[in-house]
Design a protein around this ligand. Structure first.
Ligand SMILES: Cc1cc2nc3c(=O)[nH]c(=O)nc-3n(C[C@H](O)[C@H](O)[C@H](O)COP(=O)(O)O)c2cc1C
Length: 195
């Protein structure tokens, strides 16, 4: 396969994944994935990213997962408390059992423009990681939901209040690529304007 064909294949095949094998990802592999992230373009070379790995069975993993449960209970619009508890238990179990949880934070710039540029670069870093990960059988589930909305998260992650948490990444070896929900995209020509 030519390199352009390999790139196209990985870009199109990559999916957001949250179903993982119960298998540890070696530190060396995680480290390589992060190394791919930092090759993202970044204006003024601000290199605005920070990768925080919350190890399985760690105090921090447990502490955040409890906060996820609390967040769901406090914010659910469902008034059946048993159903809400079930949803909270499921979210907590998923967070606790996930092989790797990685938070990706983006630092604030010296003004609004730079902060936005930083956030763009950090998002590209996540995509770089997702593409490389896919190629080595590791899936990434990018979340900007409950795991980043819990109270006091920046304190737990030890990042400045001014930083933006670009995502909580659920990571693990992909259970089965063939059962991952296929997703399509609107034809790019419909999103393109030639003037
Ligand atoms: C910034 C961002 C935030 C996301 N947050 C969530 C999320 O909170 N929960 C979720 O299930 N998926 C989340 N996703 C994944 C998207 O739902 C997913 O990328 C989309 O459905 C397209 O699927 P694909 O990535 O498999 O092509 C997020 C993706 C991005 C880029």
């Amino acid at each position: 396969m030519k390199s352009n064909e390999i790139i196209e294949k990985i870009i199109k095949e990559r999916r957001n994944v949250r179903a993982f094998k119960n298998k540890t990802i070696p530190k060396k592999v995680i480290s390589k994935i992060i190394e791919m992230g930092i090759w993202a373009p970044n204006h003024r070379m601000t290199e605005p990213w920070k990768f925080i790995i919350i190890q399985k069975n760690s105090e921090k993993r447990l502490s955040i997962s409890k906060k996820i449960e609390k967040y769901i209970k406090e914010n659910s619009s469902n008034n059946n408390s048993k159903t809400v508890q079930k949803i909270a238990d499921k979210a907590r179990a998923e967070f606790e059992s996930c092989p790797v949880i990685m938070y990706v934070c983006s630092s604030a710039g010296k003004n609004e423009e730079e902060t936005l540029e930083n956030y763009s670069s950090t998002s590209i870093a996540i995509q770089n990681m997702a593409l490389y990960s896919w190629a080595v059988g590791v899936g990434i589930g990018w979340s900007t939901g409950k795991p980043i909305k819990v109270k006091g998260l920046k304190k737990i992650l030890e990042v400045p209040d001014s930083s933006i948490i670009a995502g909580c990444l659920y990571m693990g070896y992909i259970e089965n690529k063939s059962v991952i929900i296929k997703k399509s995209r609107t034809n790019h020509l419909k999103k393109t304007i030639w003037k």
